[in-house]
Design a protein around this ligand. Structure first.
Ligand code: PLP
Length: 360
């Protein structure tokens, strides 16, 4: 079967070029006579892969020298616990902004380790906007402020970062890392699961400012302390070797595409194709307030449940897969991460136009 356009929210589609390189190296990685998944993580060949991955990520995100880069396991969901376990010790309290399902999960996890103050929420409108945030809303004594810059399920995006003064900003970038330019200096910690914009599930990226290390609560399990992973260069135990290797290939691919700034432009163009259509359609409607629309996840609905179902069915048959929306929003959601080519979005919009003319 020919490859389809995969609009999955995650695990998401991968660049075809990367899959081809991985396929070519599957049985014999660069004359080692083994696959990357059969290598010791202490071998020279694998250490070179890990070092290259870090070097490339630092280059792509322009990560300053006073930040450490970790490749961990457990997904973003483990970071929901690791962040408070490692930072809450300072003052026992933290500020969170509730902009959707993933924020909520981060909040409920953090409550196990300290006092959580939800400074703002958009739950009154089923999270279809980002609440306004002013400096006065944050507690200057909080250990950190946690945000979710892109809300994968509801399709919203922070268009500006809050001013939190001296309080470190912690961001769950699982669905927007490397999709647009972020100034790493504005953050204390950035974390992201890989399976949306980077590579296969299994590796989790953590970028942490050095002064935030070594403050973990005494009960913190060894594996959940950032410092131990920094001291062991992400090899305290066996890292997710194969996922990390694929991530390295994706970083190389992104660098060859011109880096994050060039990719952001492509992503803006891609999103505009879809949003322009939604804004002009009589039947398809976006669900998010315009100002806060995500570049990565685009939820939309048709006027009836029957039409939603018919659309998803016909789209799947035509090779546009995984368009079913999350149950909390309904309708459809097109996830258009870095690996989705412009052509995929253009063809989807053509398909939507056709569907609309046939059903009106
Ligand atoms: C997918 C996602 C998560 C969950 O990631 P896991 O790696 O499955 O734990 C958390 N936050 C955001 C914003 C996500 O998109």
């Amino acid at each position: 079967m020919a490859r389809v356009f995969n609009f999955s929210a995650g695990p998401a589609m991968m660049p075809e070029e990367v899959l081809k390189i991985a396929a070519g190296e599957m049985l014999d990685y660069q004359n080692t006579g083994t696959s990357v998944m059969e290598m010791s993580h202490r071998s020279n060949a694998f250490i070179a892969i890990a070092n290259d991955a870090e070097k490339l990520l630092r280059e792509l995100m322009d990560i300053p020298a006073n930040y450490k880069v970790l490749f961990l396991q457990g997904g973003a969901s483990t970071q929901f616990a690791m962040v408070p376990l490692n930072l809450m010790g300072e003052n026992g309290k933290a500020d969170y902004v509730n902009t959707g399902m993933w924020s909520k999960k981060a909040i409920s996890e953090a409550k196990k380790y300290g006092k959580v103050n939800v400074v703002a929420t958009s739950d009154d409108k089923n999270f279809n906007y980002i609440p306004a945030l002013k400096k006065e809303m944050f507690d200057p004594q909080a250990a950190y402020v946690h945000i979710t810059p892109n809300n994968t399920i509801f399709g919203t995006r922070f268009t500006s970062l809050p001013d939190t003064g001296n309080v470190p900003l912690v961001a769950d970038m699982s669905s927007c890392i490397l999709s647009e330019v972020y100034d790493v200096n504005k953050f204390g910690i950035i974390y992201a699961g890989a399976q949306k914009n980077i590579g296969p599930a299994g590796v989790t990226i953590v970028i942490i400012r050095e002064d935030l290390l070594g403050k973990e609560l005494p009960v913190t399990p060894t594996m959940l302390g950032y410092k131990v992973h920094v001291e062991n260069e992400s090899m305290y135990n066996t890292p997710p070797c194969y996922s990390l290797y694929i991530a390295k290939l994706v970083f190389e691919w992104l660098k060859n595409k011109g880096g994050v700034k060039a990719m952001q432009k492509i992503n803006e163009d891609k999103a505009a194709i879809l949003y322009d259509f939604l804004d002009n359609s009589k039947q398809f409607k976006g669900t998010v307030e315009k100002e806060f629309r995500s570049l990565m996840n685009v939820p939309f609905v048709l006027p009836t449940e029957d039409l939603n179902n018919a659309f998803i069915k016909q789209a799947t048959a035509a090779g546009f897969i995984n368009l079913k929306g999350h149950r909390s929003v309904g309708g459809m959601r097109a996830s258009i991460y870095n690996a989705m080519p412009v052509e995929g979005v253009q063809k989807l919009v053509d398909f939507m136009k056709n569907f609309e003319s046939q059903n009106s």
